[in-house]
Write a protein that binds this ligand. Structure first.
Ligand SMILES: Cc1cc2nc3c(=O)[nH]c(=O)nc-3n(C[C@H](O)[C@H](O)[C@H](O)COP(=O)(O)OP(=O)(O)OC[C@H]3O[C@@H](n4cnc5c(N)ncnc54)[C@H](O)[C@@H]3O)c2cc1C
Length: 385
């Protein structure tokens, strides 16, 4: 749903300009240094990028899902590491509090996340439980008015930058599955919370992950999102439904950028006395990429509109994440191919993007997990007919 086309156009224009004039020229610097310059972060704050999806009453821009994916298409036309910094505040770091939090929790955290004053992270994955997140073993044991958390979370995006974590922990030790899990809001400075070393990743330098370690970390019972124990996994899944649509939109934006670069290269690079873009086998790679991007874009816009219509989009979000992330991988591969040897060396962005986008098929549910979600929902729907 687009609330006001003119206002949205102004926002999309300013994002487009910021990406083109500020972020793209800094891509290589960020890849070399593994840091986003503070001046760029300040501009991200000014543009409201940390609060795109947080409602206006809490200081954000309150974009609808359709508006948010349109913004994500633009934001993603550069290194994905830039988006990662404000991605958790718009997605997995804030949405649990927004969807299921109490009014006091929303008031305490959302305005600070919307402004970019603090970064929110989402800690679900553990060393032993990734795809099988419902079996997680981080424990939260009741002690008077508090809970004591013990366990380790792995690969947590923005953990080194975060001021607050949404942490999934098992409050019902005797309940093994997802129903024994609660979501806690835990401040970075809480005694007993520490970070592992920053992970060395394949790509997306400038975006950071690390372990988050809880050793007798005491938090008040009031820090359970929504106040009711045992609802945490449901909260996490609602957060991921939305997150998957957002990531799908990001896949499309990056794919558009990679294709634009590949087309430009194909039109400039000469072999056999003519631009390689004139060869039909190269044209096939360009055309297949264009077609797949268009298909993914149409899917994501449709699913976003359905979500704005309050439809249950769990299946559609997984379809989008599966298709868009796999599509993005194919476009990255063709982009390297079109660049030839230049696609394999780091003088060109194709090589960097190829590594950067590999992540999209893994996090927020691997492609295999999306397939399982889609098929399970199909079977369930057929059984209830
Ligand atoms: C850079 C990065 C950032 C991340 N950020 C976060 C974050 O902010 N918060 C967070 O909580 N997590 C985060 N993650 C974790 C991420 O969500 C998990 O890595 C992902 O869900 C996969 O879990 P796993 O790594 O344990 O792989 P595994 O679950 O061990 O999977 C390994 C392989 O087995 C396959 N597989 C597993 N189960 C099945 C099945 N039932 N059927 C078929 N195939 C199956 C998988 O598809 C995969 O191919 C991040 C990961 C990375 C790399």
């Amino acid at each position: 749903m687009i609330r006001d086309q003119e206002t949205l156009n102004i926002l999309l224009d300013s994002i487009r300009r910021f990406v083109r004039e500020q972020l793209v020229p800094h891509e290589q610097h960020v890849a070399d240094t593994d840091e986003i310059p503070p001046a760029l972060v300040a501009q991200m704050r000014e543009l409201g990028l940390f609060g795109l999806s947080i409602p206006e009453e809490y200081g954000g821009l309150g974009l609808t899902m359709e508006e948010e994916v349109l913004a994500a298409f633009e934001i993603a036309r550069t290194s994905p590491a830039f988006r990662s910094l404000f991605g958790t505040n718009n997605g997995i770091g804030s949405q649990g509090i927004l969807i299921d939090g109490t009014e006091a929790q929303k008031n305490a955290w959302l305005p600070r996340m919307a402004s970019g004053e603090i970064i929110g992270s989402f800690a679900l994955t553990e060393p032993g439980y990734g795809s099988d997140a419902g079996s997680l073993t981080t424990s939260a044991v009741r002690d008077g008015d508090d809970y004591i958390i013990n366990g380790t979370k792995r690969y947590i995006t923005n953990a080194p930058e975060a001021g607050v974590f949404t942490v999934m922990a098992r409050t019902e030790a005797d309940r093994k599955g997802a129903s024994g899990v609660s979501a806690f809001i835990v401040e970075r400075d809480t005694p007993g919370l520490s970070l592992g070393k920053t992970d060395k990743k394949m790509g997306q330098r400038g975006a950071h992950t690390s372990d988050v370690i809880f050793e007798n970390c005491r938090v008040p019972a009031t820090s359970i999102i929504g106040g009711t124990p045992g609802m945490g996994f449901k909260t996490a899944m609602k957060v991921l439904d939305k997150g998957r649509l957002h990531i799908s939109a990001v896949c499309i934006g990056v794919a558009e950028r990679m294709l634009e670069d590949a087309l430009r290269y194909a039109m400039e690079r000469q072999q056999f006395g003519q631009p390689i873009a004139e060869f039909q086998l190269v044209q096939a790679m360009l055309a297949d990429s264009k077609t797949e991007i268009y298909a993914a874009r149409s899917m994501v816009l449709d699913a976003a509109r359905r979500r704005d219509n309050n439809e249950d989009i769990t299946t559609e979000a997984s379809c989008c994440k599966l298709f868009a992330s796999e599509m993005c991988g194919r476009v990255a591969d063709r982009s390297v191919q079109i660049h030839g040897g230049a696609g394999y060396v780091s003088d060109y962005a194709a090589e960097r993007f190829y590594r950067d986008v590999r992540l999209f098929r893994i996090y927020e549910g691997t492609s295999q997990i999306q397939q399982l979600v889609i098929a399970r929902h199909m079977i369930k729907a057929a059984e209830s007919r």
